[in-house]
Design a protein around this ligand. Sequence first.
Ligand code: NAD
Ligand code: IPM
Ligand code: MN
Length: 355
Amino acid sequence: MKNINIAVIPGDGIGPEVIGEGIKVLKAIEARDSNLSFSFTKFPWGCEYYLQEGKMMDADGIDQLAGFDAIYLGAVGYPGVPDHISLWNLLLRIRKSFDQYVNLRPISLLHPELTPLKGKSGDDIDFLVIRENSEGEYAGAGDRLFQGKPEEVALQTGVFSRKGTERIIRYAYEEARRSNRTLTSISKGNALQYSMVFWDEVFEEVGREYPDVETYSYLVDAASLYFVTDPERFEVVVTSNLFGDILTDLGAALTGGLGLAAGANINPEHKYPSMFEPIHGSAPDIAGKGLANPLASIWSASQMLDFFGEEEWGKTVLEIMREMLQEPQQLTPDLGGKATTQDVGDRFADMLGKR
Ligand code: NAD
Ligand code: IPM
Ligand code: MN
């Protein structure tokens, strides 16, 4: 019997709503598989916790999480607490503390009607973005000089270490080789003459060890255009932290919106817990109304299953998702339906039970 010990951080806004449905789906799997079980331990951390306790998580929060196999997180950030405080003290702190340097964000069209792109099908829009998740523009390096003075300057330094750049690029080459797909690097060496020229050099250097992998390299501005005009160019994509953040919301727009966009923050060596979360935020505009789409969270749960070697279940979850997407009426309003968050989770669990 395999047990996966999961720390659950529902977080803010729609976080608890969507994570509740993801747990429902995992429990339905557990009920069907006598060799697999999950333990769930909830942590009440987030913006409400901050307003009551003055901190986003317990002082020893990282130690509390360290013993778990995985973290399942909803969303962090809510009006009333400055975003840079909430995010840097919870979400980004976890990604950094547990060296979750690979962020896997699939951009796959599961139903042809979900894309705003005319004439594009699931064959055209089916790629994986591998986002560097530990440094770059998110290194936290910078300064505010001469605050409040006319000569004020704000600095935000992108940090690209050889170790950090090589390991994400190598991971991407391995993934392209494993899945027999092309690899595209997205960077910006024409303007960012230190960080991105270095990135491009490392992409080439590491590539010499992978002569069997067909590669492409685009500037991020042109790549944004190609995402929309010819998404079929992309199979596996590797890019920096900030570019990956932005490009994957764009990718979400091509495949059904943020309600369907999943992500996994992984430490491939299994040295620390990895974290699975939808890529959307706390969506204050729809929070507490049962309007949130839980499918992104459920898809992230399937990435968790893949990561722990339960690919058959991961595949089954995606098959059911494809089936559910055939009936728009039974989906949440973002996908044109009338169902609530809970309705979608209930139906998902029910369909799983019948497999
Ligand atoms: P957002 O992703 O919360 O929302 C953007 C838009 O997408 C909104 O219109 C929202 O209603 C919609 N949306 C998002 N998730 C949806 C879902 N599951 N179903 C249906 N519609 C959905 O982005 P934002 O409004 O820019 O940010 C809100 C807060 O969330 C901010 O504090 C931000 O910093 C934070 N945030 C957190 C994370 C995270 O924890 N991983 C990610 C992104 C943003
Ligand atoms: C994401 C989010 C985070 C990021 C924010 C909330 C810090 O936008 O996971 O995509 O920029 O990584
Ligand atoms: Mn984002």
